[in-house]
Design a protein around this ligand. Structure first.
Ligand SMILES: Cc1cc2nc3c(=O)[nH]c(=O)nc-3n(C[C@H](O)[C@H](O)[C@H](O)COP(=O)(O)OP(=O)(O)OC[C@H]3O[C@@H](n4cnc5c(N)ncnc54)[C@H](O)[C@@H]3O)c2cc1C
Length: 387
């Protein structure tokens, strides 16, 4: 095993893989990625991997737009196929208020997001299977879609390796050493790696690692369910992501014959990331089904085709924690993504890598520092929902 590195990235989820890829391209020296399990083996593997630039803060919008552009040219920029399909994203809503929409249309327009507003009649024409009340409207984002989260992460990791990065799978970081508040090494179950720089991309496990060097990250692990249904004929294959902001439920296709559906908003369900029930409960399935039936006629007969629970690394305000954290020299974080980290991952890695390599970056990641800069508001869709 390599026992020295310029940078050690802990975790080979989509953020670890993207950060390593961009570190290599930024000329950050010898980069080693360590994952206790394997590439894309954590929550990344279960991601809906939807990419849509609806946000109230500029950095998210800029990052998702940049990541989408990368997805559109993945083979050229990264190599291989990330499974990205630009099917578009349709959100149903009663108002375009920021809090209800989870997005600031004025800001999105200023930053160049393409969108169209649809009234209830236009919505009925687009989604004949759905019922809409006269006061409901839609936001149509044509340049949105979803990718395959595992292919995305694997292609990033492979590209990183082609650029000289070492990826160690099945190697667990057991401790970080930072005497005198300066990173010196990481300890693994297969020996130490001496390094001056660590990037903590360990998702739900990142708070434990940081605690070992006295850095308190406010990240809790919560669990939520996703269900699969046979695609009813009334919902044609190849359609957009349908996101019902009124009933707080969305779905997208998985292949031609299956839809994956989930609630948005967060249910308070703290779990141990190493020991939680990975199945979906009958109660979760029932609530999801009930909410889908409120909108789609065909879902009255929706055929259950499986489901699972997955974990989210939640922060108190639902924003991630990115940057050099805790006053520890060489200790960088890219974690706490609160169930929203896939969409921007390919781009975040670039801006973070530039900062680590001492270069400038055109997207300001300052709002993601911890502690937060004064004035940082909670993400409007980050509230806990009781179900
Ligand atoms: C069901 C679900 C649906 C989602 N849908 C979307 C979506 O549609 N759009 C969107 O933008 N986001 C979505 N997300 C969120 C997004 O998928 C995550 O934010 C993102 O995948 C997190 O990636 P990550 O690299 O930060 O962490 P993870 O995937 O959690 O990876 C962390 C890695 O660190 C490794 N690790 C941990 N501890 C150690 C250690 N001590 N030593 C070595 N390795 C370690 C783990 O093995 C793991 O592989 C969804 C998430 C879930 C769960």
């Amino acid at each position: 095993m390599k026992n020295t590195a310029d940078v050690v990235v802990i975790g080979a989820g989509v953020h670890g893989a993207a950060t390593a890829f961009h570190l290599a391209r930024a000329g950050a020296g010898r980069v080693v990625v360590v994952d206790k399990s394997g590439v894309a083996s954590g929550p990344t593997a279960r991601s809906g991997a939807m990419m849509r630039p609806i946000f109230t803060e500029a950095p998210y919008i800029q990052l998702v737009m940049e990541a989408t552009q990368m997805m559109e040219h993945w083979d050229e920029l990264v190599g291989g196929d990330a499974g990205f399909v630009e099917r578009g994203f349709l959100r149903f809503t009663r108002t375009f208020e920021k809090a209800e929409l989870g997005g600031d249309l004025k800001l999105m327009k200023e930053l160049g997001v393409e969108f169209e507003i649809l009234d209830a009649d236009a919505l009925r024409a687009r989604v004949p299977d759905a019922e809409f009340r006269g006061d409901e409207q839609g936001l149509w984002l044509p340049r949105a879609g979803y990718a395959d989260p595992v292919l995305t992460t694997r292609t990033l990791a492979r590209a990183a390796v082609r650029h000289g990065v070492t990826v160690l799978e099945g190697v667990q970081v057991t401790a970080i050493d930072a005497p005198g508040s300066r990173i010196e090494s990481v300890q693994t179950d297969q020996g130490p790696i001496h390094t001056r720089t660590v990037v903590n991309c360990a998702g739900p496990w990142s708070a434990r690692l940081a605690a070992g060097i006295g850095v308190a990250l406010p990240i809790e692990t919560h669990c939520g369910g996703t269900s699969l249904f046979q695609r009813p004929e009334a919902i044609p294959a190849g359609g957009p992501i349908l996101s019902d902001g009124v009933n707080q439920v969305y779905f997208r296709e998985v292949g031609d014959s299956v839809l994956r559906a989930s609630h948005f908003g967060w249910t308070h369900n703290p779990v141990d990331p190493d020991d939680y029930d990975e199945t979906i409960s009958a109660r979760q399935l029932q609530t999801l089904r009930d909410d889908l039936r409120k909108r789609y006629r065909s879902m009255q007969r929706g055929v259950f085709a499986g489901g699972f629970s997955a974990i989210y690394d939640m922060t108190p305000d639902a924003h991630p924690i990115i940057g050099n954290i805790g006053g520890v020299g060489g200790f960088w974080c890219n974690c706490g993504w609160s169930g929203n980290g896939f969409a921007s991952s390919a781009a975040v890695g670039r801006h973070l890598a530039a900062r680590i390599a001492g270069q400038t970056s055109e997207v300001d990641l300052g709002m993601f520092a911890w502690p937060r800069p004064p004035g940082t508001k909670m993400r409007p869709d980050g509230n806990w929902v009781k179900r």
